[in-house]
Design a protein around this ligand. Structure first.
Ligand SMILES: [Zn+2]
Ligand SMILES: [Zn+2]
Length: 372
């Protein structure tokens, strides 16, 4: 099968032909039908993955089961599944406490090499998934089966962007009906924060992004106001929209220190600031300690939307099937595996909200607004 492989930091991915190693008892071999390209893939492509290489990138994918190991009894060939980039074993200390996003088997899962290249060398898979590929071999605890007729390119987004964005609102922040929300950065995750805030019943949803197309998409997704930080001071704009107090909840979805400081400034006294984007390792963020003390703002991290994937993936699929969550609106470009490096460039220059790799499909581009 073919896969897009990271061969070292800051180098283009290489599409290679790979062969599976024998399945372990708990392994599941999947046909990957769609895989979204996330900012985190771009970050890992730049900084590498802890010295590990070569690695098949991609952590947001959906597909169907091709084959299962001898110890997997609850999945059958043909079943539809969504990959979870954080496994959920259900038994470890964190899983037992309802915090599967910190499942302690993560490292063990990510360190397994399931593929070999033409020369017989091992190839690893990002987060134990490696979805920039025609197939993936994953552990049973890294996939969630779903019964749905939604297209795979929509189901793929449940695996990262939708879980992260909607989860940040419903799980991490627990946004209350009638509250005010600001979203700094309206890429894939930011669009789902906007939609999540709408689902939660927020009455004011302020979307902040320098790209006109992303602001327009946010309005379609449920934003009540948009702010272009290129033409005004976004802190002033948010205060003007909230009687000078700031918002109840401010979400950062850019994955940068300055964006987090900006979101922090947008929250009202005792408001909640949620760090949703994954910054590069080593990113330092500085706050005024007196301000933190005197404003009682709550600054909280948000890993994977605090997602409990076995509960939340089916919940997100149900929301989408009920027409409350629009997964398709966030897919703005469909590409083949060979266009993966171009898709990183498009992500960097803001030309897309989400590119999705559909192996074998003809590329279609709708720009930052609309469906391909
Ligand atoms: Zn992601
Ligand atoms: Zn666990």
């Amino acid at each position: 099968m073919r896969a897009a492989v990271m061969i070292g930091p800051d180098r283009p991915l290489e599409v290679r032909e790979l062969s599976p190693r024998p399945l372990r008892p708990t392994d599941v071999r999947l046909r990957i039908e769609a895989s979204g390209i996330c900012r985190s893939d771009s970050t890992i492509r730049r900084q590498g993955m802890g010295g590990l290489s070569p690695v098949i990138l991609g952590h947001e994918g959906a597909g169907s089961v091709l084959e299962v190991g001898t110890g997997v009894h609850d999945l059958r060939p043909g079943d539809r599944v969504i990959g979870a980039f954080q496994p959920a074993c259900g038994d470890c200390w964190h899983c037992a406490r309802g915090r599967t996003q910190f499942c302690e088997r993560m490292i063990e899962i990510a360190m397994r090499a399931h593929w070999t290249d033409a020369g017989g060398a091992k190839t690893w898979s990002m987060s134990g998934l490696g979805t920039f590929a025609e197939e993936a071999v994953v552990d049973r605890i890294s996939v969630v089966p779903v019964e749905s007729d939604l297209p795979s390119e929509q189901l793929a987004l449940v695996g990262c962007a939708a879980m992260t964005g909607v989860g940040a609102v419903l799980n991490t922040a627990e946004v209350e009906p009638g509250s005010s929300v600001a979203v700094v950065g309206c890429g894939g995750v930011g669009q789902f924060i906007v939609q999540g805030a709408r689902i939660a019943g927020a009455s004011r949803i302020i979307a902040v992004d320098p790209q006109a197309g992303k602001r327009a998409a946010a309005l379609v997704g449920g934003a009540t106001d948009v702010v272009d930080p290129g033409t005004c001071d976004p802190l002033d704009a948010v205060r003007d929209l909230t009687d000078g107090r700031g918002v109840d909840y401010a979400f950062e979805a850019v994955a940068s220190g300055p964006a987090l400081v900006q979101a922090y400034g947008m929250a009202r006294n005792a408001g909640t600031v949620v760090a949703v984007g994954m910054p590069a390792a080593g990113t330092q963020v500085t706050f005024d300690g007196f301000q933190l003390f005197s404003t009682e703002k709550r600054l909280v991290g948000c890993y994977y939307g605090s997602g409990q994937v076995r509960r939340d993936f089916p919940r997100l699929v149900n929301l989408a099937e009920a027409g409350l969550l629009d997964l398709g609106a966030v897919v703005t470009r469909r590409i083949g595996l060979d266009e993966v490096n171009d898709a990183f460039d498009a992500l960097d220059d803001g030309a897309v909200i989400r590119s999705v790799i559909v192996p074998g499909a003809a590329p279609v581009d709708a720009g930052p607004v609309g469906r391909p």
